[in-house]
Design a protein around this ligand. Structure first.
Ligand code: HEC
Length: 472
């Protein structure tokens, strides 16, 4: 690992919070595929309570503990470095920046979608650090400016912007400082001091950035914070965080033709793949990166997301803390009414990965879904006027039926959070799959779990500087 990556990894795993009990890895827990570590939270409130549940936060109603209103998406397979050292994956936020060619009975049509940017609504646009006053590459010698830019500039982008935003100083997350725009510098100083007090902070920062970590220089705090964000990006983009070693990946590499059906998959899993790319249309638009080159899912580095924003018609989750109004998604960034309730397509890598069999994961931005079987059944039948739903005897839920468990017990689907922009009935909701076919798709999704799981770092041991651990 380079010094920059190790700095990022330790920033990710250390409890840098107030009080000191939460880290990035609390909400992006590797054994849960980079999502929340608590099964009970996923089952009920979904949104994770901040490090200081009762701290003063103007955004949460009185009596409600500090917590956001969204499920933590995975931080894995957002972007990664390819063999040539290029960053691939999520691009900068761009209105109508992505297109998909959809084959229809009347011929192919091209659809344009807003895409890119980190967070469910894309607001970590990819140029937030550069647009801010923080100059990560502020050195007194010009030669150093160009050297560090050459090495590290590639890590700027949505993933670095997300960390710059930042969970460390957000009251519904790690909660250091006051968490107000006007106190940002003082808050950053407190983060800096926690890092400086760790066993690794001073040494790794100095090795990675060739400058001592100085939390006392007010003019440099923004720079320090941008450098932390770049380090977090570097580690999150590393092959350790994105190993591409799932059962599907291994089977693909082991099959000489590199086409499905794959030798290493069961009949059911191979059938699930066929349906995913065929009848069920999962990859027609949404769960497909590399739109142009990978039409049949045979690309090793397939990320299973178009990084674009869509409204699949998820029911409202009343169990979120304080039962807030549904998150408006992309509309929060564009203020275009057609974007109300659109959220970024998540990757499907590690969608089933969990620390143990009894562990519940929550799905979609608001976590209403608690298992993959129900989610696939929803895609298949949520258009309650369609033939599939009628075949299964499904109706629209009466008022008061709110949770997944209640909906299943009543064999009904609640209305969408934002019906006006939902694609139910247009693209999904009536797929015509049998129960066995739904099961095959679930089986395929389960082949997308990493087989190697990131371990938290060992206690730090100071060591002399080693030039080979610098980026080249
Ligand atoms: C309290 C839980 C919590 C903590 C702690 C936390 N996150 Fe997150 N993370 C979330 C939630 C919730 C979202 C989605 C928020 C949104 O979209 O508005 C998110 C989004 C992200 C994303 C965007 C993924 C994507 O596909 O858009 C990344 C990357 C990420 N977090 C990394 C981090 C890092 C790095 C840290 C530590 C500095 C961290 N998170 C700390 C809950 C958390």
């Amino acid at each position: 690992m380079t010094y920059l990556e190790e700095l990022g990894k330790r920033l990710f795993f250390e409890n840098i919070s107030e009080p000191k009990r939460q880290s990035c890895s609390s909400c992006h827990y590797p054994p849960a595929g980079g999502t929340n570590q608590h099964s009970g939270v996923n089952l009920k409130q979904v949104a994770v309570t901040g490090a200081d549940p009762n701290g003063d936060n103007n955004d949460t109603p009185p009596g409600v503990k500090n917590a956001g209103g969204l499920k933590p998406p995975t931080n894995k397979y957002v972007q990664h470095m390819d063999e040539n050292g290029d960053v691939v994956g999520l691009k900068n936020f761009q209105i109508n920046g992505c297109n998909s060619v959809l084959n229809t009975p009347r011929g192919p049509i091209t659809l344009f979608f807003t895409c890119g940017g980190a967070f469910w609504n894309g607001r970590a646009s990819g140029h937030e650090i550069e647009d801010s006053k923080a100059n990560a590459f502020s050195f007194s010698e010009n030669a150093k400016v160009s050297e560090f830019k050459r090495m590290y500039e590639k890590y700027l982008g949505p993933v670095a912007d997300q960390a710059f935003a930042s969970p460390f100083i957000n009251h519904v997350e790690q909660g250091i400082g006051e968490g107000k725009p006007e106190t940002r510098l003082e808050d950053i100083k407190l983060v800096c001091e926690q890092v400086a007090k760790s066993a690794w902070g001073n040494e790794l920062y100095e090795y990675a950035w060739d400058e001592p970590l100085d939390c006392s220089d007010k003019n440099k705090l923004d720079t320090v914070f941008a450098r932390f964000a770049i380090a977090l990006s570097a580690w999150q983009l590393s092959s350790e965080n994105n190993p591409y070693d799932s059962k599907r990946d291994k089977a693909l590499l082991a099959t000489e033709s590199r086409t499905f059906p794959l030798n290493g998959l069961t009949e059911l899993e191979n059938e699930g793949h066929e349906l995913f790319y065929g009848k069920a249309g999962c990859a027609a638009i949404c769960h497909r990166s590399n739109q142009d080159v990978d039409t049949d899912g045979t690309l090793l580095h397939q990320r299973y997301t178009d990084d674009a924003f869509h409204n699949i018609g998820v029911p409202r989750n009343y169990e979120l803390p304080g039962s807030p109004e549904p998150d408006e998604g992309l509309y929060g960034v564009t203020e275009d009414e057609r974007d109300i309730g659109l959220h970024k397509t998540p990757t499907l890598r590690n969608v089933d990965l969990r620390p143990g069999n009894g562990f519940t994961k929550a799905y979609t931005h608001n976590g209403w879904f608690k298992n993959l079987e129900t989610l696939v059944h929803f895609y298949n039948s949520a258009d309650v006027n369609g033939a599939t739903a009628k075949g299964f005897g499904i109706t629209r839920c009466p008022e008061g039926v709110q949770t997944q468990a209640e909906a299943l017990a009543n064999n009904c689907w609640p209305a969408s959070e934002f019906p006006d922009t939902s694609v139910i009935g247009v693209a999904i909701g009536n797929l015509g799959l049998t129960s066995d076919e739904e099961a095959a798709i679930v089986a395929y999704l389960k082949t997308l779990s990493d087989t190697s799981i990131v371990q938290s770092p060992k206690p730090y041991k100071s060591a002399p500087y080693d030039e080979s651990r610098m980026e080249h």
